[in-house]
Design a protein around this ligand. Sequence first.
Ligand code: BG6
Length: 470
Amino acid sequence: MPALFQAFRHGSLPQDGRIIGVARDELSDDAYRELIQSRFAAVEGAKRPTPEEFKKFASLLHYLRMDLSRPDDYAKLATLIQGRDAGTVVMYLATAPALFTQVVEQIAAAGLNGPKTRVVLEKPLGHDLASNRAINKAVCRVLAEHQVFRIDHYLGKPSVQNLFAMRFGNALFEPIWRREHIASIEITIAEDLGVEKRGAFYDQTGALRDMVQNHALQLVCALGMEPPINAHADAIRDEKLKVLRALKPWTPESIGLHAIRGQYSAGTAYGERVPGYRDEPGVNPESRTETFVALRTEIANWRWAGVPLYIRTGKRLASRDARIEVNFKPTPHAIFRAPTGAFNKLVINLQPKDGLELHMLAQAQNDRQRNGNRHVGPQLAPVQLDLDFDKRFGSERVGAYERLLLDVIDGRLNLFVRSDEQEEAWRWVEPLIDAWSSDGAPRPYAAGTWGPSASSAMIARDGFAWSEEQ
Ligand code: BG6
């Protein structure tokens, strides 16, 4: 709703559009508007509507009480929608995954699956490959693939779109974007929050399903894919799919060595003591659900073979920081002295900062350091080119959900996930799910730290280090 409001504020919503809330409670349109208005109180200051703005926005809002298991209720929805020339209808399903199949079948039975209907599916879309496939199959029986918008809000983030722009809108990086020049790639999506009020949901899910299967793997695709032949949805999704297919399959040995899971115990966040995961509301006190994952993998193809790709995500880590670090290989022959470990590096900051940093080495201004009385030669010092996209584009930026919802209204699928991509991502994580379900507990880490030490040890074995340790 905040995203729809921003779109309304920016004048991007269709003039004669309606937003119909559907749920089980008995509410009038006015009561629904009041409910939404009260919820806006929790929205960050500048994004909150003024009373005048809300009044205008509220005239778009309507409500229908529905029990999603009752065919009659879908008939009521059909009457409400078809009551006037409906134009495009977007159905946004943020329901429990167990309901997707039933809902899409009922939508079809009520004749609501015509060519002007678009259905948005909010994750989680299943909890493993089989359940994901079952949902996709049910959806594809009643809707064409181009009517289905599987949302991954990371793809709507301006920083992630910039990643595509950086790679495919510039000639600079492409020639060196390969194994000959890149030593390793590290992806970190760190959150400082715990599971908040979502303990019951999260305990059935865990970091692998919640963040890696979707958001992190979408970043891997954007980094690793070949240039698509054009900017159309299927051209892009075809290339992303190839990356997922090329990810090195897991073996019992690689799971043991290259897949670390952790669970936060009591610690500190924002200077205050915070409880451990098992003491969070809704969480099983003996839970073995992971709140941290660190993986080492590889895109096994001609471009990337042998380049280690590290993925790390977790809750209650030391800070909120999402970034990608692309480490380049050292010069083939050193004629200067450089600080140890200082190589060229491209850092793609995703959040909270959004920008690019190119780390290079320059001539140190005061290099007359002496070794005894001998001048030991030119000394290099690290410098960086820093592009701050927030500063450059600040007020023009459109939030992830706003961007994605407008794309659905316009029928643009570029930033949505196709069923085969999603299934491939599940296929890749499934051996980890299986291994961890029959294995002991995750490694504990104190809230407010960077996860279990095994994660640092894993990357250190290859001679690399996570950004905060460099
Ligand atoms: C969601 C996960 O998909 O992404 C949450 O379910 C997580 O657990 C969130 O907190 C992170 O999104 P962002 O945009 O804050 O990085």
